[in-house]
Design a binder for this molecule. Structure first.
Ligand SMILES: *Cc1c(COP(=O)(O)O)cnc(C)c1O
Length: 367
């Protein structure tokens, strides 16, 4: 059996005629940047999340960067985030010469621990970037409350959680700004790079739109330092098709996730994801925490089952952030979890047969 870690080919086969038609329309219209496909997508995304403005952009990384640029984040500012995430979350902070300030994670959800945030706030703190890791929204009520008390902005890094629900609200609609990614392997993926920014505030939306187009407020008139951060029409065309099927895919993800949780609950040495009762997960990754990761990895790989590690080294121990002066032991939960996590195949197109084979392989005793 050949199992894909994420099965994008089956997905394309299912939507092929719709996607081809939409993409070919872009080709024949020659409207490659902006235009009606992008406008339609932005409308649909805003409606889907219940936010006033959804702004398509070039990637999840650029969504985060644009949010920080629009907030005028600059050298010396401090931004609180988690060390247990993909590099992009902290990279954009450093790119603007601001300082990432890390806070350890919760041992059950692997998201930032709100009870450890306040002790890190200083007069230089400007914003908090919680990450909704693996597809489960972070503790946004607690985080928003802390932010309000200290007059800080909250930006949700929702690059893994598009489509997830938190207390009846969609991810990307649970803080001042929400940023997501449409990288192909994300829950809602395009056929290249893409992302989106969500905000209710009209003025902020306007400013972000200007910054993502070279700071240009009208043609060849430049108000801010900006970037080329646009989402192209072909990606928008692909996303319009996939978004129409997305709720069905989210249900399938939940169903498959639950089947893994039930099927693996009695396996010794493996912890399945813990999802809080007031939210769900879209399982961008289905990630296990193992007592003996190497053994599990070999067992799966030897059976032809692909795995991945998200993430093997927390950001405070990365060479690029040496200058921040952190050391081993500073964030013990992130450090411990990074040694034990392993992600197994997950997509709405994982078949029953494939999933049962993965579960059986994990349940099999070592000989
Ligand atoms: C994927 C990801 C990003 C970056 O998104 P790109 O579209 O690849 O730039 C940022 N943060 C997290 C948590 C991610 O998983």
């Amino acid at each position: 059996m050949k199992i894909n870690f994420i099965d994008l080919q089956s997905q394309y086969k299912k939507y092929e005629s719709e996607i081809n038609k939409e993409v070919l329309e872009v080709m024949s219209s020659a409207q490659f940047i902006g235009g009606s496909k992008l406008n339609t997508l932005e409308q649909s995304l805003a409606t889907y999340c219940g936010v006033n403005h959804a702004i398509g952009c070039s990637s999840g990384t650029d969504a985060l960067l644009l949010a920080l640029m629009a907030l005028d984040i600059k050298e010396g500012d401090e931004i609180i985030t988690t060390p247990f995430t993909f590099i992009a979350t902290a990279e954009v902070i450093a790119l603007l010469k601001a300082t990432p300030v890390f806070v350890d994670i919760d041992e059950d959800t692997y998201n930032i621990d709100p009870s450890k945030i306040e002790e890190k706030i200083t007069p230089k703190t400007k914003a908090i970037i919680p990450v909704s890791l693996y597809g489960q929204v972070a503790d946004m009520d607690e985080i928003n409350q802390i932010a309000q008390k200290h007059n800080l902005i909250v930006i949700e890094d929702a690059c893994q959680s598009f489509g997830a629900t938190y207390k009846g609200k969609k991810s990307c609609n649970v803080s001042y700004i929400g940023c997501t990614s449409f990288f192909p392997s994300k829950p809602l993926g395009c056929y290249g790079d893409g992302g989106a920014i969500f905000v209710n505030d009209d003025e902020m939306a306007q400013k972000i739109r200007i910054i993502l187009n070279h700071g240009q407020d009208r043609r060849y008139n430049h108000k801010y330092v900006g970037i080329n951060g646009r989402l192209d029409a072909i990606q928008a065309a692909v996303l319009n098709v996939k978004l129409a099927h997305f709720d069905e895919e989210v249900s399938k993800r939940e169903e498959i996730g639950q089947k893994y949780i039930d099927g693996l609950k009695d396996v010794k040495g493996i912890k399945t994801p813990f999802i809080k009762s007031d939210r769900n997960s879209v399982f961008a990754q289905f990630t296990l925490v193992c007592e003996d990761r190497q053994m599990i990895e070999e067992k799966l790989n030897n059976a032809g089952i692909p795995t991945a590690i998200h993430y093997p080294k927390p950001l405070h121990l990365q060479e690029v952030f040496e200058y921040l002066g952190y050391k081993e032991g500073d964030f013990p939960i992130s450090e411990k979890i990074s040694q034990k996590v392993i992600s197994i195949p997950m997509s709405p197109f994982l078949t029953n047969e494939e999933q049962q084979y993965i579960i059986n392989t994990l349940k099999r005793d070592n000989d």
